[in-house]
Design a protein around this ligand. Structure first.
Ligand code: COA
Length: 260
């Protein structure tokens, strides 16, 4: 189906989802959140999609936050529902079982940073800027930002960013562990597609096992997380791709993973 606020495009097994409200710096209004829910449901259900790239239209922003014109009108009851709707989207992305790469092409603020942090990998343009500026509006992050930033970058950085609302540049975000790498702006698209295509060529069940073990297992106490890993490890042995990967290595040939 056609979206109003998103563009989707398949490049082989890579689905590129682009937030498309550049005139509002791709701010997340409720309609866009609903479309993202649908887009990720569709990507999860489609076996031909192995990797998702998420990015923002235009040259300025990934996403400049939740839509402030909508926030300004919310009652507390509506705000609670909005927070849950946003959090559910971020959790959906994080537990999708397929790698999601954030292509951070510019401003990555507030709800945009929360969306980026739900991705499994993030590559930033050198022009990208990050921040949780909600305090400047008398608000706090509501789409999981306080929790995911804490887990990605620790308490010092999280309190530093969320209490001050200050923006940081991409190199700083990289030092804090918020992004995987920073590249020249002109090379962003190529670098992200190279990574996406590499992941699309790997065994999907192995990738799912890694994501589940880290994202779900990693939220438990160590013995529970280790047991989670053991079970995911064992499941890999039920796949044809695992037999293919090991036998191809032993035969000194390139493996051909079929997603089975
Ligand atoms: N919600 C709604 N609209 C937003 C928005 C947001 N989060 N961020 C930007 N926009 C809109 C602006 O209102 C403006 O719309 P207009 O042309 O109809 O007036 C348009 O996008 C361009 O933004 P503008 O502020 O003119 O661009 P800039 O280059 O001067 O500044 C930012 C860029 C990102 C620094 C600035 O837009 C900003 O601070 N945005 C809000 C960031 C924020 O607080 N996010 C957290 C929300 S909880």
């Amino acid at each position: 189906m056609a979206f109003r606020n998103l563009l989707t495009e398949d490049r082989g097994a890579v689905r590129v989802v682009t937030l498309n409200r550049p005139e509002k710096l791709n701010a997340l209004n409720r309609a866009t959140l609903a479309e993202l829910h649908l887009a990720f449901d569709q990507a999860a259900a489609d076996d031909a999609v192995r990797v998702i790239v998420l990015t923002g239209a235009g040259d300025k922003a990934f996403v400049a936050g939740a839509d402030i014109s909508e926030l300004a009108e919310q009652t507390p009851v509506q705000a609670r529902e909005l927070s849950r709707f946003g959090q559910q989207l971020m959790s959906k992305i994080e537990t999708l079982g397929k790698p999601v790469i954030g292509r951070i092409n510019g401003y990555c603020l507030g709800g945009g940073m929360e969306l980026a942090m739900a991705c499994h990998l993030r590559i930033a343009s050198e022009k990208a800027r990050f921040g949780q500026p909600e305090v400047n509006l008398g608000l706090i992050p509501g789409f999981g930002g306080t929790q995911r930033l804490l887990r990605l970058a620790g308490r010092t950085a999280t309190l530093g960013l969320c209490l001050t609302g200050l923006q940081i540049d991409a190199a700083h975000a990289h030092r804090l562990g918020i992004v995987n790498s920073v590249v020249d702006h002109d090379e962003l698209e190529g670098e992200v597609m190279k990574l996406a295509e590499t992941l699309a060529g790997l065994a999907p069940q192995a990738l799912r096992g890694v994501i589940d073990a880290v994202v779900v297992g990693g939220e438990s106490a160590l013995p529970v997380g280790l047991e989670f890993e053991t079970q995911a490890f064992a499941v890999a042995f039920a796949t044809e791709d695992m037999r293919e990967g090991t036998s191809a290595f032993l035969a000194r040939r390139k493996p051909e993973f079929r997603g089975r």
